[in-house]
Write a protein that binds this ligand. Structure first.
Ligand code: BG6
Ligand code: MG
Length: 217
């Protein structure tokens, strides 16, 4: 039976997509590089560096310049994070976390974000999550399975015990590569390869997930 839930953070627990969009847009404008809200959608789930490389579209820059751009982007993003509160939790998250606690299900967050700890803290849900980890704890970023396997290990569970919640194609791919069940949240064009696609966590209860993924248990 399923015993653990591993959440992606951005786009699953909180809507930081807009913050990321605005900070990348500001950077792109400052550098005279074309960027758009639509281009930002394709960056969901990618690490900061991979996002920048996509935005640069093959422009070759010295490593020192790349580092400066990454740091500047994060400085802008941090000033948004400073303003974050529990109001930035996506609908249904608080209720679902409480439901998981009551059902005795272990919980982890496995994010591509270096800011995962501070964001979880700002959202006020640190005490509801058993394990917090990001791709910098492992060798390879999503779509490699590493961060999900590491999160499961930290929970003391096997891949078969866990279900992942993801909003990005690279994350769904990573969960499948880890041989975990995966619920895709949002746009089926992004998460269509998941075992089940839902619009979001609003109204979702653990018994729904169990009935869908473990019928008969
Ligand atoms: C992912 C987001 O979770 O984290 C991406 O979906 C973001 O949009 C990435 O670029 C890296 O985040 P950070 O906080 O390390 O810049
Ligand atoms: Mg995400």
């Amino acid at each position: 039976p399923l015993r653990g839930v591993i959440f992606d953070m951005d786009g699953v627990l909180t809507d930081t997509i807009e913050f990321h969009y605005q900070t990348w847009q500001r950077l792109a404008d400052e550098e005279g590089i074309p960027f758009s809200r639509q281009a930002n959608e394709a960056l969901r789930g990618l690490s900061r560096r991979d996002s920048l490389l996509r935005i640069l579209q093959g422009r070759v820059l010295p490593e020192a310049t790349i580092q400066e751009l990454l740091e500047r982007k994060n400085r802008y993003f941090r000033s948004f994070i400073e303003t974050m509160t529990a109001d930035y939790l996506l609908p249904g998250v608080q209720v679902f976390l409480k439901d998981l606690r009551e059902a005795g299900i272990k919980t982890a967050v496995a994010s591509a974000s270096q800011n995962v700890y501070i964001v979880i803290e700002k959202l006020g849900i640190a005490s509801d999550i058993d394990v917090i980890t990001n791709v910098y704890d492992v060798d390879r970023p999503k779509p490699a399975p590493d961060v999900f396997l590491y999160a499961a290990q930290q929970l003391g569970l096997g891949p078969e015990d866990c279900v992942v919640f993801e909003d990005a194609e690279s994350g769904v791919e990573a969960a499948r590569a880890a041989q975990m069940r995966v619920i895709g949240l949002g746009d089926a064009a992004q998460v269509g390869a998941a075992d089940w696609v839902l619009p979001g966590l609003e109204g979702v209860r653990w018994h729904h997930i169990q009935a869908k993924l473990n019928p008969g248990v």
